[in-house]
Design a protein around this ligand. Structure first.
Ligand SMILES: [Zn+2]
Length: 69
């Protein structure tokens, strides 16, 4: 895992390989829930405020993945 590539890792599409902000919220909430179940309240805040991730999605082949930043 690292920063997002400039093109789809699966099919090489550039123009349709875009950041998808719609799923970012769900990811944060899920992370907070996982954090709280393992580390308690402290883990919940760490999960919500921790490392930022961005989901990218390819409009051509449908591939999606989360990257740092
Ligand atoms: Zn693709």
């Amino acid at each position: 895992m690292g920063y997002a590539p400039l093109r789809c890792p699966r099919c090489g599409e550039i123009t349709l390989w875009k950041k998808s902000d719609s799923s970012y919220k769900g990811f944060s909430v899920g992370k907070a829930i996982v954090g709280s179940s393992i580390f308690g309240p402290l883990g919940a805040s760490a999960g919500a405020l921790g490392k930022r991730k961005s989901r990218y999605r390819c409009g051509k082949c449908g591939y999606s993945e989360e990257f740092d930043g």
